[in-house]
Ligand binder design. Sequence first.
Ligand SMILES: [Zn+2]
Length: 696
Amino acid sequence: MSETLEQAADLHGPDNPLLRAWQTPFETPPFDEIAPEHFLPAFEQAFADHAAEIAAIVNDPSAPDFHNTITALERSGRLLAKVSSVFYDLVSAHSNPALLEIDKEISLRMARHWNPIGMNAVLFGRIVMLHDNRTTLNLTGEQMRLLERTYTRFHRAGAGLDDAAKARMATINEHLAHLGTTFSHHLLGDEQEWFLELGEGDREGLSDSFIAAAKAAAEERGMAGKAIVTLSRSSVEPFLKSSARRDLREKAYKAFAARGDNGNANDNNASIVEILTLRQEAAQLLGYPTFAAYRLDDSMAKTPEAVRNLLERVWKPARTRALADRDALQALVAEDGGNFALAPWDWRFYAEKLRQAKANFDDASIKPYLSLDHMIEAAFDCATRLFGVTFTERKDIPAWHPDVRVWEVKDSAGQHKALFYGDYFARPSKRSGAWMTSLRDQQKLDGEIAPLIINVCNFAKGAEGQPSLLSPDDARTLFHEFGHALHGMMSNVTYPSLSGTSVFTDFVELPSQLYEHWQEQPQVLRQFARHYQTGEPLPDDLLKRFLDARKFNQGFATVEFVSSALIDLEFHSQPASVSRDVRAFERTELEKIGMPAEISLRHRPQQFGHIFSGDHYAAGYYSYMWSEVMDADAFGAFEEAGDIFDPKVARRLLDDIYSSGGSRDPEEAYVAFRGRDPEPDALLRRRGLLEATEPA
Ligand SMILES: [Zn+2]
């Protein structure tokens, strides 16, 4: 016991790398020195520091002013932000059992730490006083926005409730924190356990690059020499697209769709019921009829009705297109001599066949031109042309895994702007999906702070000595996440809580989805899509077929997305008692919208980490589509200028969207960029769904 105590005592001091000043270049986290046992003591110190900073604001005898209250709040919690960002990066991108154990503990302690701050009556009293008098305070635009956002944040956390309600709210928050963590651990558990071994006889239809990736995945799991399909999306989806073995497709599909719903120790059904019940109670304590009403009150969309309107507008033409596609696929099955009804595990396979037949294009033909390195180069080059930033790889920055690469980003004047970390390959220690996050956000409250921005993806690694070859979807994901990264790196605000991606969830996908547009420009592809062996550029004919094929299968893609967004909205709009049987609720809702039986949700509830691992996208999955209304319209500004890198338009894009973070109202920022509101049909046109009509 004394040994433990001694160890703990040491780790509360400078022996703990998380509590030392970092001597690395650009003061980046010294990942090579950080071990799981450093986190608890560091968090304890960070909680204590932050609590003391808050107490100093609360106990300040002078009358509240912007500086001693709002600015002081912005200055508080630096150590906590520093420790948390490193911790959550590791938990998501490179976890281990020790970290996951700490995560359980920390999520609870985090809720316990924030509850008394978010609900502090004296602190809230100071904020209310300033907010009431905000027009007389002589604030800059950014300061005004900060004051409003701070007031709203405290109000929505329950700072204005009576003591009994606050106590209940605190308990709810703790439960929710625990449940969200459990949900994501379960999902990771199911994903780590399953694999499908592909013997020599099981590989019909699979490309060489797929087999190479399947071998790399096996090696990653200590099964060198074998080839496996895993439950990572970038393994399952290409397998479903190309495997000619219907029995194996069914196996892989069913395992993928059953994640979190297997009735084992990782089952998420019970957690979902509890989460929904608690969210509803929290919303009602705050005076809202439903969680969706609460959640959307603080968004661009504002109400559940506005969200439903958008989704239904898209749903109808998408469903119509999907049903027509289904008939075409069924005909193809028959033509092929198949005597079965198209099933969800057949869709991608026959859609790919149909695409080959109609557009004379398949993913495998373009993959050799889309090597990861070339696509990274393309993403960087577009940023250079648009925003003048340049990228230089650095080998001296410590990272959390040997596969992580780091680049220094400089502005057009050659000044240091940011560091960019790219962590691209799937591995068992990484959760599924792709995301952007940061180790440090840009701000200039007390001097310029340059951001440390991360992109994490789950691309399949190339085989020994071979580059990783991306599918068109992967390449699009790379640009998407890099768009988020630019939002973080180009940020130019004073206050940390308004930095970069600290914007409404239904606005945050604008910079990312807009950036995807450059990936599919002929000008960009001609330059960067070069064959990984011969270096020859993408042939014009293949380029044309690739671009034509983009609109292919959009009915399917839109249906699987919109159905997920609708079910998210329904989970959070209907009384929680209705969804006690999660599977029955899913079935009923899908029937209600006439979901084609051959398509499933992009995320079934039991694996819908967006909405159940935390509440960030809860009643908010629609955000991608809300942002798409803007991105489809926004790219038009470049097309109208006749140059996809038009300097004037790019300048406005930087000023109004990519650098302004949360310092402006998003609607106003969009209009400033575009000169008008977004034109909603642009989205349907981009997806090729404008002409689809309801079937008789
Ligand atoms: Zn995104």
